[in-house]
Design a protein around this ligand. Structure first.
Ligand SMILES: Nc1nc2c(ncn2[C@@H]2O[C@H](COP(=O)(O)OP(=O)(O)OP(=O)(O)O)[C@@H](O)[C@H]2O)c(=O)[nH]1
Ligand SMILES: [Mg+2]
Length: 335
């Protein structure tokens, strides 16, 4: 149905809040089928000038830290404040629509019933860069569709959280207090990109441990090299289950924007992210194109065989293939 519509018509529907068209446009953008590329590109060209109002927030943390439960609590709080929220839930374990995605969607049962919430599960795809490849464009659609806050939830395994940090304005790490190993549980690199660390499950017997963990984290965050001169990463506790500390989290997010926006830092951040994304995409495309060119493919295959049989040193092989590509590019490029 959407294929029969023009990009202008589709965008008009998205702007009026047509959720079915929004969802279908997202599927179109995620599609790797070449026949969808043109329409997806046209939709994005129309959308991009309209984008920029929504707050983009990343949420990461170890499996079971309570990210989904927290998003449900925070999401409901924001809806009560009169905001429209969207959640992109990235599932690294699933390549298509696997079971865990559905599980995650059903975990946010209260939000699922809300008209002012939109939940979109996204498979990570399993290859490097899989997370961010299309997710940036999905946030653009949601922004244009009028969602005030867009959350991107990702499980803190592999590199996904670092990728997600480059898709959002504000990055929140959800932790749980353990028996004194709070800091070990945080992977290197994540602390550097976190704008806020939330110790969840601060309830029942866990309360004191959570408060201790928060104090330790607060100190640790002061030692980490700050991401921005204007912002010191914060540490909070909350209980997503009992709905406590949720308002504090949002106040920190608002403080972040109130501090960074007047300094022009959010706009600058987004500009940098767009350019980095473009550069990565070009590099990926160019590499794919080069390796798919018939004569290069053949030369590569032959050279690889020579390296495997020790007839050619890997260094010589690199030179041979690189030289061939360089000559070919100059020849074709100057024609
Ligand atoms: N006691 C307590 N339990 C919680 C809290 N938040 C979440 N839980 C429980 O922790 C478990 C995991 O919660 P989820 O919200 O699914 O955690 P998650 O981080 O989204 O997990 P994955 O998506 O699998 O990575 C569930 O059984 C929740 O009920 C909390 O604040 N306190
Ligand atoms: Mg979850």
């Amino acid at each position: 149905m959407i294929n029969a519509m023009s990009a202008d018509e589709i965008v008009a529907e998205i702007l009026t809040g047509n959720r079915a068209i929004l969802a279908r446009s997202m599927t179109l953008i995620e599609s790797t089928h070449p026949k969808h590329h043109k329409l997806a590109g046209e939709i994005l060209d129309n959308i991009v000038p309209l984008v920029g109002k929504a707050k983009r927030i990343g949420i990461t943390g170890v499996p079971g830290a309570g990210k989904s439960t927290l998003l449900e609590a925070l999401g409901m709080y924001l809806i009560k404040c009169g905001l429209k929220i969207a959640i992109i839930a990235i599932d690294p374990s699933s390549s298509i629509s696997g079971g865990s995605i559905l599980a995650d969607k059903t975990r946010m049962t209260t939000l699922l019933r809300e008209h002012n919430a939109f939940i979109r599960p996204v498979p990570a795809g399993g290859h490097l860069g899989g997370t961010s490849r299309r997710t940036r464009e999905l946030t653009f659609l949601l922004d244009a569709a009028g969602f005030d806050v867009i959350f991107i939830e990702t499980v803190g395994v592999g590199q996904s959280e670092i990728e997600v940090a480059d898709l959002v304005d504000f990055f929140c790490l959800v932790q749980i207090a353990g028996a004194g190993d709070e800091l070990q549980g945080i992977k290197k690199g994540v602390m550097e990109v976190a704008d806020l660390v939330v110790i969840n499950k601060c309830d029942g017997d866990n309360k004191i441990l959570a408060e201790i963990a928060r104090a330790m984290l607060k100190n640790a965050l002061h030692i980490v090299k700050p991401k921005y001169t204007e912002w010191q990463a914060q540490a909070l506790t909350c209980s997503a289950r009992d709905n406590t500390g949720i308002k504090n989290i949002w106040e920190v997010v608002e403080l972040f924007y109130a501090t960074m926006e007047p300094a022009g830092k959010v706009a600058l951040l987004r500009k940098g992210q767009n350019v980095r994304w473009m550069k990565r995409e070009i590099e990926e495309n160019v590499i794919t194109m080069i390796y798919n060119t018939q004569d290069i493919k053949e030369l590569y295959g032959k050279t690889k065989a020579s390296v495997e049989s020790n007839q050619l040193s890997p260094r010589h092989a690199v030179e041979t293939v690189s030289q061939y590509i360089a000559e070919k590019l100059t020849y074709d490029g100057l024609k």
